[in-house]
Design a protein around this ligand. Structure first.
Ligand code: FAD
Length: 351
């Protein structure tokens, strides 16, 4: 079986950037992606999400993203850009391949899937979070007679017309959903913590500060926090009408779910037809379990993008690099980390 110098898992922004930088360094690798088509998680975003709704998609290395009309659908525009990029740079993408397990094999990494097995000296994990939606458990959830959806299922605002919708979660997705839904239908918003609103401009300095704070957690081996927990929330012009209608008058979390609605500890009850869980995601890293990368503090401790527990492994799009700009930069750092490991192996063998 061929032994690769590196295997990249995941074909989103982080994986493509990593593959580009590995190729530029002449490192023999393959990129395995579970989707049938290019586009990473973007291809699964809802139809109503336009390029004017997304905060900004960063350029992939050496190939700026084309200008998009505000009305372009993000789930078509970004995947088309990624597809062009894979072709133009002749990246070694193999799909669809869902990696199920990565384990040790005589000092090499054995990457296993239902479609084949790959052996490699190093690994760049770029699997994002979209495939691991998170819904917190509340008592009675299984008794709810209405509809429960997560961000990954969001069918666009029209689906909710005339229904009473409870939006759960304090992140950017919840803010966007309320912005789209409140002008059409009745909504209630609940969050665990009081939302922190940002009213000043989000400057590059603030961006760097935010990344540094998430980086510090990951350096200590703590589970990464969502970026919004450190950036604060912002309202855009398209959400002002919902604000005027009271969509952002937030209530604390309910304590239980009943067949027709939700009840707070005080006994207060609200009838709802739909619970929309905008409660985020977890890193899609179950396949790395056998490598035992987790620190006792619950996260994977990183030095830059290198796993401290096993320096053969690079994690990109994880923690501080979980944004398109961060994922992009992390690709360069991962290729550097891979090259450093391969060079250290050569030194060891010749010593
Ligand atoms: C609704 C929404 C809007 C967003 N808007 C913005 C924005 O405007 N600007 C911004 O900077 N960020 C935004 N983000 C965050 C941003 O999308 C991500 O940080 C970034 O795109 C993630 O890129 P990625 O390459 O890490 O992951 P992904 O794009 O999720 O790519 C991961 C790839 O890995 C594959 N994969 C997963 N598991 C496996 C496996 N076991 N084997 C093989 N392949 C696997 C997946 O199928 C996927 O193709 C948004 C996120 C959400 C949820």
């Amino acid at each position: 079986m061929e032994i690769f110098d590196s295997v990249v898992i995941g074909g989103g922004q982080a994986g493509l950037s990593s593959s580009y930088h590995l190729k530029k360094r002449g490192i023999a690798h393959v990129l395995l992606d579970s989707n049938a088509h290019p586009g990473g998680a973007w291809q699964h975003r809802w139809d109503a999400l336009t390029m004017s709704d997304v905060h900004r998609v960063s350029d992939l290395p050496d190939d700026p993203i084309p200008d998009a009309a505000d009305t372009e659908r993000a789930n078509a525009f970004v995947p088309a850009y990624f597809a062009d990029y894979e072709r133009t740079h002749d990246l070694p993408v193999v799909r669809p391949v869902k990696v199920q397990r990565v384990g040790d094999h005589d000092g090499l990494l054995r990457v296993e899937s239902a479609n084949g097995t790959w052996l490699s000296r190093t690994l760049v994990n770029a699997t994002g979070t979209w495939t691991r939606p998170f819904i917190p458990y509340y008592p009675g959830a299984e008794t709810f007679a209405g509809e429960q959806l997560h961000t990954v299922d969001y069918p666009g605002p029209e689906h909710f017309r005339g229904k009473r919708v409870l939006v759960v979660g304090g992140g950017a997705s919840a803010v966007q959903f309320l912005g789209a839904l409140r002008p059409l239908t009745d909504t209630i918003w609940v969050t665990r913590r009081e939302p922190v609103w940002r009213t000043d401009e989000f400057t590059p300095e603030i961006g760097r500060e935010v990344v540094a704070r998430v980086e510090e957690r990951v350096r200590q081996g703590l589970p990464p926090r969502s970026v919004v927990s450190v950036t604060g929330l912002m309202l855009r012009p398209q959400e002002r009408e919902a604000e005027r209608l009271g969509a952002y008058e937030r209530r604390p979390m309910f304590s239980r779910i009943e067949p027709d609605g939700v009840r707070w500890a005080s006994g207060e009850f609200e009838h709802v037809d739909v619970i929309l869980w905008a409660t985020g995601f977890r890193p899609a890293i179950e396949h790395l379990g056998p490598l035992q990368l987790r620190s006792p503090r619950g996260g994977i401790q990183l030095d830059g993008t290198t796993a401290v527990a096993d320096p053969r492994i690079q994690l990109v799009g994880y923690g501080p690099s979980a944004s398109t700009i961060g994922a992009n930069r992390a690709g360069r750092s991962a290729a550097r980390g891979v090259a450093a490991w391969l060079a250290s192996e050569v030194v060891e063998q010749t010593a």
